[in-house]
Design a protein around this ligand. Structure first.
Ligand code: SAH
Length: 394
């Protein structure tokens, strides 16, 4: 009956409608009894087993999450809807962003009711990342809505969705580095929109950097997994006597040098260490070093559920070593951006690391991503970043 219809109608198995009724935006393929239509225009309509329409969204045929749901009231996800959702996202940022901050996440997927769409703004430039096959199909409308609502000087588009679904690593990222300047709390940074990590910068750590800046007067800071050295910039701006960046990526460290220069800080070769953090920590622990403040912000060790045990061991090892370097009365900011390792589990891991390090730490604050990375209560999976501020007692 629906032959040739570009919309695909997904009928749920009996009893599988609960999550859709609770407006959870992810529809898993295992919940589908029947599909009719071809989904060629990216649109999916979800019906309960009795044929009642429940939701509409973007169709990703090769993903386990076969549809990301955008509306639950029959409304079609079209450019008018994208414009509205982007405008609401923009209004939130206008209320919550700190002054002198021109780099921020402007649209945060489920957290802004735009599943599969990320938009990061760096000064004059915007990076639109489409993280699902379904949203890639709607690319032209998203680009137009970005222009209308945010009016950036230019928009770079990254399509990572279909590549992810098919397990391929290819995406539309450029191979040329493209440095764009922006500010965060008055500090100057460059993001590499071409070959950089994420969309070019770790915007989600802004709050932790701000907190760090207020603690670092006169301190010696060791910044592990430093990427472009943003924590060190905050530390030096706060009066740190020294900040050392450690990262395995030479191009990340080149950006870190660039960022120090941009803020008028000295660039000394010994403050940029290209090394594996685990090796480097073992070496420094064996040498009996001690630091006033250590930042440990590794990449996500757990990307899928099967990784969680191995990731937990990795977090424990790196924290045990980092803790051994913190002087009594000093600080460890330890982070995890694995959504699958929740705050409770991360705290247990960090606790067992402290037992093995024979060091006593107090948790003084936990801080994740800022308000420009909102998490929808409908989709708690959107919360991923944990930053624990640990004070060494003895
Ligand atoms: N703290 C950074 C973001 C860190 S991203 C910020 O605020 O901007 C993680 C970084 O860890 C990346 O730059 C990656 O190159 C680096 N990395 C990953 N594995 C590593 C390892 N084993 N040793 C050293 N660096 C590593």
């Amino acid at each position: 009956m629906y032959f040739g219809d570009p919309l695909i109608r997904l009928t749920l198995k009996p009893g599988r409608e609960a999550s859709v009724i609770r407006r959870h935006p992810w529809l898993f393929s295992g919940a589908i009894a029947r599909a009719e239509g071809d989904g060629g225009d990216g649109h999916a309509e979800v019906l309960d087993a009795g044929g009642r329409p429940l939701a509409r969204g973007a169709y990703s045929p090769d993903s386990q999450i076969v549809a990301r749901l955008w509306t639950f009231d029959g409304r079609l996800p079209d450019i008018a809807l994208f414009r509205e959702r982007f405008a609401a996202a923009r209004a939130l940022r206008e209320e919550v962003l700190p002054p002198e901050t021109t780099g921020f996440r402007a649209v945060n997927s489920e957290g802004d009711l735009c599943p599969g769409v990320l938009l990061d703004i760096y000064g004059d430039a915007a990076v639109l990342e489409l993280t699902t096959a379904g949203t890639e199909v709607w690319r032209a409308n998203f680009e137009a809505a970005v222009q209308e609502v945010f009016a950036p000087g230019r928009v770079l588009v990254r399509e990572s969705g279909a590549a992810q679904d098919s397990g391929s690593r290819s995406s539309t990222r450029s191979s040329n580095s493209e440095l764009v300047p922006f500010t965060e709390n008055g500090l100057k940074f460059v993001a590499d929109l071409g070959t950089g990590q994420k969309t070019g910068f770790f915007l989600d750590q802004r709050g932790n950097r701000f907190r760090l800046q207020r603690l670092t007067r006169g301190l010696r800071v060791l910044n592990l997994f430093s990427y472009s050295g943003a924590f060190s910039i905050a530390a030096l701006a706060g009066g740190a006597s020294r900040a050392v960046d450690v990262d395995s990526s030479a191009s990340a460290l080149a950006l870190a040098r660039e960022n120090r220069r941009a803020n008028g800080f000295a660039v000394a070769d010994e403050d940029f260490v290209e090394a594996d953090v685990f090796d480097e920590l073992r070496r420094r622990v064996a040498a009996g070093e001690s630091w006033d403040l250590v930042v440990c912000d590794p990449p996500a060790f757990a990307k899928k559920r099967a990784d969680v045990d191995r990731a937990a061991r990795g977090y424990k090892d790196v924290n045990r070593l980092a803790m051994s370097l913190v002087a009594p009365g000093g600080w460890l900011l330890t982070c995890s951006c694995s959504g699958l390792v929740d705050a409770g589990l991360f705290q247990k891991i960090v606790f067992s690391a402290s037992i093995e390090a024979r060091a006593s730490f107090a948790l003084t604050a936990r801080q994740g991503a800022g308000a420009d990375h909102p998490v929808s209560l409908d989709c708690p999976e959107g919360e991923y970043l944990k930053g624990f501020w640990l004070r060494r007692l003895q």
